[in-house]
Design a protein around this ligand. Structure first.
Ligand code: 0CN
Ligand code: SF4
Length: 348
């Protein structure tokens, strides 16, 4: 194999060897299961894109970066024949390469074309929307304050659309110190998977300094990120402990831990797998809140619930704050005769 697999950024947390024990607590034990949780439309599309590409073109199919930020999803696709690489120069000339859900800069698209690669773009359409906004405001000579985390693949891709016009604002404190060229020609855009509340604080602090700062034409933080935060806020208010299933490099998953702690959870932890739950987390806990990030397959939540049931948390109540039915069509290369898993049709 000529390509190097991406070294997964998350070392596996040592697993607990002993089963969880059902210890008595004050009151009854129950689980509050946040809804919506788990897969969003963009993640479903990206994962199905790799699966369909493997079916259609055979193994291996190369994928630039993790298709979505979930270690379990990546391992499963590797088992099916996907090879994850860091950059397109690791892909053999002429081979198929899938771009991840988080998007790529034009420089990456060009590098793939120069190498004669057959690129399939699994960028979430809601990330592509932010790219289009960045291009449009750059064309109109705006300075773009991109609220997001430096080094995150999505931010690198969006900033790469207009490198001369974009200034990244990582957090509310940076809003107090960034420099701008012309305060009358400023717009803010954002990464899709941030905390809504922290982003609003950043924007408030930017606007205090730059009153003419324009808003994005529509929300950049996507529906899935927003909905999962609203649901976990409601759960956290009633939970002694919140467990978020999601990987350490998944921005939206990590935000769910922060949001839970800010909204009443007495403790909150992120896990990749159910066997990372520690017995001591459950000491004195009667209500456990559960959610999962947008890149997390529901099977991992089911495993967590089985594990918690062993510890006496068998009474499960779903707390739903929104319905979701959005679906995206597959990239055009894979569209003919394509259907999403579960037999659902393909939306336009
Ligand atoms: O976990 P993800 O793959 O990505 P981030 O939350 O780190 O952005 O979830 C899908 C989101 C996208 C794009
Ligand atoms: Fe798209 Fe939002 Fe899902 Fe990211 S989290 S893939 S932006 S729908």
């Amino acid at each position: 194999m000529s390509a190097t697999a991406v070294s997964l950024p998350i070392p596996r947390v040592p697993v607990r060897r002993e089963p969880l024990v059902d210890r008595p607590v004050d009151g009854s034990k129950k689980v509050l299961l946040a809804a919506p949780r788990g897969y969003c439309a963009g993640v479903d599309r990206a994962v199905v894109t790799v699966e369909k590409a493997l079916e259609r073109y055979g193994s291996p199919v190369y994928v630039r970066k993790q298709i979505v930020h979930n270690i379990h999803v990546v391992r499963e696709l590797e088992d099916q024949g996907a090879i994850f690489v860091d950059e397109v120069d690791e892909v053999p000339e002429g081979a198929h390469v899938v771009f991840s859900a988080h998007g790529v800069s034009p420089a990456v698209v060009d590098a793939a074309a120069d190498r004669g690669l057959q690129a399939i773009d699994a960028t979430c359409p809601l990330v592509t929307k932010v790219h289009r906004e960045a291009k449009r405001f750059a064309r109109d000579d705006y300075q773009i304050l991109l609220v997001g985390h430096s080094g995150h693949e999505e931010v690198e891709g969006t900033a790469g659309e207009a490198p001369g016009n974009v200034t990244i604002v990582n957090n509310p404190d940076e809003a107090d110190t960034i420099e701008v060229d012309d305060p009358s020609k400023l717009v803010w855009l954002s990464q899709t998977t941030l905390s809504v509340d922290e982003t609003m604080e950043t924007v408030d602090r930017l606007r205090a300094r730059f009153p003419d700062l324009q808003n994005p034409p529509s929300d950049d933080i996507c529906y899935a990120t927003q909905n999962r935060q609203v649901a976990i806020k409601k759960v956290a208010a009633e939970a002694d402990l919140v467990i978020v299933v999601g990987s350490a490099n998944s921005s939206n998953s990590v935000r769910l831990v922060e949001v839970a702690l800010q909204h009443g959870a007495k403790a909150a932890y992120r896990i990749d797998y159910a066997d990372e739950v520690r017995q001591e987390w459950l000491d004195g806990v009667s209500t456990v809140g559960i959610t999962s990030g947008a890149s997390v397959p529901d099977v991992l939540v089911q495993e967590l619930m089985r594990e918690l049931a062993q510890a006496g948390y068998r009474d499960v109540e779903e707390v739903r704050t929104a319905e979701e039915d959005l679906m995206f069509s597959l990239p055009k290369e894979l569209r003919t005769g394509a259907h999403h898993r579960g037999g659902r049709g393909v939306a336009a």
